[in-house]
Design a protein around this ligand. Structure first.
Ligand code: NAD
Length: 307
């Protein structure tokens, strides 16, 4: 047939695949390792990937007809971007598709840590007793929330913080005070300035040289002993051994983590702490976000292949 061909290289939501099928001949594979992909990619005009598919130099060299790689989701670390650009191959992602889900998880984690929900659940299941005093928590209302990184997710977090009667303050060297004031947020000029006032700190920066270990021993030492840290950004932004030490020493009150330096996390001490709530990198894992991701990625392929 004269229809263009698209490869969906790993398991993806049906909505995006259905949309592709309205336009192209579509092959769907559960997972495609690099070697296999390099062998078969020559037949395809478009490629949709998500978490696992590696688009290496070798794959790109064999991709004779390929015009577009669409990544359902954000991370492009498995794509050789420099080589793709050199070869005129368009690579796109859908970083906006999951921002609401991440912002909502931030509140899930803040509430879970503040009210000790995970430990409370474990307690009830243990049938150990009914000692409610163990689970006295704190309210979000009236507390200062430090938002570090005021991009797409940071802004959505700010809006939700206002609904919880929190006072949001923001740190982001690339957003000016007016840009934050627009969202009801007071701008603070330094990370230390955030740390000094914040009851909760939530991190929404990308992983860069400038953000690696942004929170380490010195920062934890400076935080309020009642402070709670939420990390849904990238594990490497927080120095994990330093965080564990701060939690053990009671330098800060708790943490809610969705991301880790290694995934799954490889510091066993983390798993013994009662004042942390741990999620397996599920910030984007909602029906809505997954659907939006694949539909947007499919639309990008349609746009690129239909002229
Ligand atoms: P974004 O690019 O819209 O915002 C990032 C913000 O960080 C920008 O405003 C930028 O100016 C700011 N920034 C850059 N360097 C900084 C620094 N040194 N100090 C302070 N601010 C700095 O990104 P986003 O969509 O808001 O996402 C934020 C992060 O969340 C992403 O980088 C990603 O790693 C993570 N994320 C996690 C999940 C998950 O499943 N847990 C899902 C999506 C995104």
């Amino acid at each position: 047939s004269s229809k263009k061909r698209v490869l969906v290289a790993e398991t993806l939501e049906q909505a995006g695949i259905d949309l592709l099928r309205e336009h192209f001949e579509v092959d769907v594979r559960e997972r495609t390792d690099e070697e296999t992909l390099a062998r078969i990619i020559g037949d395809y005009d478009g490629l949709m990937i998500k978490t696992y598919t590696r688009v290496s130099k070798q794959v790109i060299d064999n991709a004779r007809k390929l015009k577009i790689v669409a990544r359902a989701g954000s991370g492009l670390d498995k794509v050789d971007l420099i080589y793709a650009k050199e070869k005129g191959l368009s690579v796109r992602n859908t970083p906006q598709a999951n921002v609401v889900s991440v912002a909502e998880l931030v509140f899930g984690l803040m509430l879970a840590v503040s009210r000790k929900l995970a430990a409370a659940d474990r307690y009830v299941r243990s049938r150990e007793g009914w000692d409610r005093d163990r689970f006295t928590g704190v309210e979000l209302a009236g507390k200062t929330l430090g938002i570090v990184g005021f991009g797409n997710i940071g802004k959505l977090v700010a809006r939700r913080a206002l609904a919880f009667d929190m006072q949001p303050v923001g740190y982001d060297p690339f957003v000016d005070a007016a840009g934050m004031a627009e969202h009801g947020v007071r701008k603070v000029e330094t990370v230390d300035g955030i740390i000094d006032v914040a009851d909760y700190i939530t991190v929404h920066v990308p992983l860069l040289d400038s953000t690696r270990n942004l929170f380490s021993t010195e920062q934890f030492g400076r935080m309020k002993s009642t402070a709670i840290l939420i990390n849904t950004a990238r594990g490497e932004v927080v120095d994990e051994p330093a965080l564990i030490a701060a939690l053990q020493a009671g330098q800060i009150a708790g943490a809610g983590l969705d991301v880790y330096e290694a995934e799954p996390p490889n510091h066993p001490e983390l798993l013994t702490l009662d004042n942390v709530v741990l999620c397996p990198h599920i910030g984007a894992a909602t029906r809505e976000a997954l659907n939006r991701m694949t539909v947007q990625a499919a639309q990008m392929i349609i746009e690129a292949l239909e002229d």
